[in-house]
Design a binder for this molecule. Structure first.
Ligand code: C5P
Length: 210
């Protein structure tokens, strides 16, 4: 039996991948994987041996919420400090290997939309559609700022821009599964597009390919 189709959406921090990917999934009735949440969960769970933490994560995604060891951690997962720590841990090959099977298990019928940094290059190299979503550094810092403030978190725009830049550089420079477009990815710059426009573009590309 042919495996379920995958739409891979990769890109730098705050490029809008999460919002776009979850809406595309909803429109198609597909499953949704936010792979960054797994790296954030390893960071949040802590421990001296991140690869062991990754292998043993007790995590559940349910009703748009994330549970770690049966506790609702949806909000604490989103802090910028956890994002930075996640990106440090994500450079470890053993952590990435420990999370691979968990990510691939999301591939179920009728299909999956997965967002992250290496969905198209490493985790789902045979994805039906690969999108590399970018946006200018200013647009991304603004978006993340708004996201944090809207959720009641504290945020400082200048510090946030610096953190995002540092995190993207680390993600792009690492040896294992660096942030980069797959050779067969379609690049979309979302700086001047609304979320709906990006979603429509992705759906159109997907339909053309199927
Ligand atoms: O996407 P998000 O910002 O939540 O991801 C947090 C961090 O997890 C990223 O900065 C990146 O280092 C790491 N990550 C990764 N590979 C993925 C998803 C996230 O390395 N597929």
């Amino acid at each position: 039996m042919k495996s379920a189709p995958v739409i891979a959406i990769d890109g730098p921090s705050a490029s809008g991948k999460g919002t776009v990917a979850s809406r595309v999934a909803a429109r198609l009735g597909f499953h949704y994987l936010e792979s960054g949440a797994l790296y954030r969960l390893v960071a949040l769970a802590g421990g001296d041996r991140p690869e062991q933490t990754a292998a043993g994560l007790d995590v559940e995604f349910r009703d748009q919420k994330v549970f770690l060891n049966k506790q609702d951690v949806t909000d604490s997962l989103r802090s910028e400090a956890i994002g930075v720590r996640a990106s440090e841990i994500a450079g470890l090959a053993a952590v990435r290997a420990a999370l691979l099977g968990r990510q691939r298990a999301f591939r179920q019928r009728p299909g999956l939309v997965a967002d992250g940094r290496d969905m198209g290059t490493v985790v789902f190299p045979d994805a039906a559609l690969k999108v590399f979503l970018t946006a200018s550094a200013a647009a991304r810092a603004q978006r993340r700022y708004k996201q944090l403030i809207d959720k009641g978190n504290h945020a400082n725009l200048a510090a946030l821009s610096r953190d995002l830049e540092e995190r993207d550089q680390r993600d792009a420079a690492r040896e294992v599964a660096p942030l980069k477009p797959a050779a067969d990815a379609a690049s979309v710059d979302s700086s001047d597009l609304t979320v709906d426009e990006v979603v429509d573009r992705v759906l159109k590309m997907y339909r053309e390919r199927m």
